[in-house]
Design a protein around this ligand. Sequence first.
Ligand code: KG4
Ligand code: ZN
Length: 346
Amino acid sequence: MPTILAIESSCDETSAAICRDGKILSNFIASQSVHEQYGGVVPELASRAHMQNIVPVVDQALKEAGCQLSGIDAVAFTQSPGLIGSLLVGGQFARSLALALEKPLIAVHHMQAHVLANLIGEPKPSFPFLCLTVSGGHTQIVLCESPARMKVIGETIDDAAGEAFDKSAKLLGLPYPGGPLIDQYAKKGNPLRFSFPEPQLAGLNFSFSGLKTSILYFLQNAGKSHVYKETFTASEEEKQRFISENMADICASIQHRIITILLNKLKKAAVETGIKDICLAGGVSANSGLRNGFAAMGKKYGWNTFIPAFEYCTDNAGMIAITGYYKFLEGHSDPLSIPTSARAEW
Ligand code: KG4
Ligand code: ZN
C-alpha cells in the first residue's frame, strides 16, 4: 500500500496531499489572498507566500491523513510548468524531504496531473480517453492512452479559456478572477441576446483573442456594434449604463461563446479519434454552463463523461499525488538534481 506525499506550488496555491494505494487521504490547499488587490498573480509575492505556507500546509496534510513522515514511501512534486519562483519553493522542499527521508523523489508535470485528476474517485474513465483541460493558463485537448502516455492534440494559440473569462470580466469592470462572477451573472441572463464571433480556426486548436477584442469594441459602442470605429459611438457614461443595465445578458452571451468554442472542438476531437470516454479538468470546469453543456453533449453523442470533484479541478496537490502514485507503481523515480522548469515539453 504505497503512501505518497505530494506538493503543488506552481502558481498561487500552496497545497500538500497524501495518497495511499490510489486513494486521496488528504488534500490541503492554502490560497493566497495577497494578489486580489493587484488584479492578478504577482510572482514575487506568490513565492514569498509559498515560503510561509509550505511547512504548515505539509503538516496539515499529514495530520488530516493521520500519517507520519516515517510512513511516506515517496515524495511527488510539481516540477513544471508554472511560475519559476513558486515552483522552486515547493520543489526544493520536496527534494529536501526526499533526501532526509531517503525515499524516492517523483517529478510531476502539472498539466498531466490536471488530466489524471479524473482517476481520483469513481467511476474512472477507461483508457484511451480524451480530456479537455481548461484553466487560467492553459486550454488543451489531451489524448490519454495510459497514465504515462499522453499527447496534446489541440491547444490554444493565444489566450487560455480562463483568461478569456477573466479578461472579459475586467472589461466589464468586475474584479479578478472574474470567471466565477461571469458564471453567476450568466445564470440570470439570456445567452443568445448578443452574438459574439466564433473564430474560424481549422483543426483542434483554440483561439480566444478575437473574442476579447470584439467584446472591447462591443462595449465601447454600448452594444451597437462589434466592429472597430475610430470614434466609438458611445460616451463612457453610455458604456457604463449599457453594462449595468445588461450585465446578466452580456455575461451569459460571452459565456455561451466561450463554451461553444470549447465544446465544438471537443466534439471534433471525439469524432476524429472515435473515443467515447471524455473528461473535463482545470479550474474553468467549475463553470456551470460548461458543465451543463458538456453533460448535454455527452448525452447527445453517447459519451461517458467525467469531471473531477471541484477540489481536484482547481490547482491542488491531490492530482499531483495520484500522478505520483501511478509513476511510483511503474517504478519511476527522479534524481534530486532534476531541474525545475517554468515551461515544459510533454
Ligand atoms: O486551474 P485554475 O484554478 O488555475 C490555473 O490557472 O492553473 O484555473 C483558474 C481559472 C481562472 O481563470 C478563473 O477565472 C477560472 O479558472 N474559473 C472560472 C470559474 N471558476 C474558476 N471560470 C468560469 N467560471 C467559473 N465558475
Ligand atoms: Zn493548474
